[in-house]
Design a protein around this ligand. Structure first.
Ligand code: AQP
Length: 327
């Protein structure tokens, strides 16, 4: 059975982009693979986190993983920090990754822009190497992610090939799986910017755990473009984003949706879109809130997931050690 690996950082409120770009896709393919779905809590530490909030967010991500429909029968769900093999392999990969390669990562440039690269944490710089370790440790064949992760995944593939070339065939070179729609959901108030969970502007994202009325309000207030037509076009980034959300939520094609709304206004369209998003997310929210009432059960799930992940990871780390002369 081929293996899938993916993860989400517990670094804020999971949003519609995480749902459409990642989670929904994971659920759709889970029965065909051996799956490792990680809560990448070490990655979250690359930018400042309040320990109290982080602790809560970790459980929240676990609850959302289950609430969207990931089935522990098919999926190993666990925390990155509880499987130390991730950081151990990251060190080995650090020693073959190049400073220049990491300097070219756009996510590092974006996230360090505000304070400047001089003040960014070394962890933020090294983030893509830990991510490569997460994936290669399980010899994952497939990594379902949103578009923003493409560059990091290319680096993972480069590091796998380089390691194999230097030390002999060791790691599977993973394939990147990015969906056509929903892989790049943009901010509702700024359609040139990616919807992001660490955004300080709640109006920019629909959180998976937002109440229905909050979702309705956020979509009603989403910015639109000049003109009145509901069509996807480069000069209409805002309406294009809303159409893509519509298409990804309903699994319909954009031209069909454009045809349905021909001659109708933005108001109508947004109202329908809001109901579609509410209908899709409300059951997830309800289930997640139920699960969060029983944190001990979530902790247990993560603990047993970590045990299984460690079993899968340990032999692969040992192989990497041996290939490098550390046996
Ligand atoms: N806007 C998005 N559209 C589609 N997919 C998205 N993803 C993130 N944002 C969008 C996908 O969600 C998964 C988890 O992302 P992550 O936790 O690794 O962090 P990120 O990519 O840096 O996403 P965020 O939400 O913007 O988090 P912060 O603000 O904490 O950095 C990935 O598969 C990602 O592609």
């Amino acid at each position: 059975r081929k293996r899938v690996f993916s993860g989400i950082q517990p670094s804020g409120n999971l949003h519609l982009g995480n749902y459409l770009g990642a989670l929904k896709n994971w659920v759709a393919i889970q029965e065909d693979y051996e799956n490792y779905f990680c809560i990448v809590d070490l990655h979250a530490l690359t930018v400042p986190q309040d320990p109290k909030v982080l602790r809560e967010k970790i459980r929240e991500v676990a609850a959302i993983y289950l609430a969207v429909g990931l089935d522990p029968e098919h999926c190993t769900i666990f925390r990155q920090s509880r499987v130390s093999e991730h950081t151990e392999l990251a060190w080995l990969l650090n020693c073959i990754a190049r400073f220049g390669e990491l300097s070219r990562m756009t996510q590092f440039k974006d996230k360090s822009r505000k304070e400047g690269a001089e003040s960014a944490s070394v962890g933020l710089f090294d983030y893509p190497v830990l991510q490569a370790a997460d994936i290669l440790l399980y010899n994952a064949h497939l990594v379902p992610v949103g578009e923003d992760q493409r560059q990091h995944l290319e680096l993972t593939r480069t590091l796998a090939r380089r390691f194999n070339h230097l030390y002999g065939e060791t790691f599977v070179v993973p394939e990147i799986m990015i969906l056509e729609t929903g892989a790049r959901v943009m901010a509702l108030d700024e359609p040139e910017e990616k919807m992001s969970k660490s955004s300080p502007r709640p109006a920019s994202y629909v959180a998976i755990l937002d109440e229905p009325d909050v979702i309705r309000r956020k979509i009603r207030r989403a910015v639109t473009d000049s003109g009145t037509e509901i069509v996807a076009a480069p000069e209409k980034p805002a309406i294009t984003n809303l159409l893509q959300i519509y298409a990804a939520m309903t699994e319909r094609k954009i031209p069909d949706i454009e045809a349905e709304y021909a001659g109708r206004g933005y108001g109508d369209f947004k109202k329908d879109l809001a109901e579609i998003v509410v209908e899709g997310l409300a059951p997830v929210r309800e289930r997640a809130l139920e699960l969060l009432e029983n944190p001990a059960e979530l902790d247990e799930l993560l603990e047993s997931g970590a045990g299984r992940a460690r079993e899968a990871a340990r032999p692969n780390l040992h192989t990497a050690w041996a290939r490098m002369g550390l046996d």
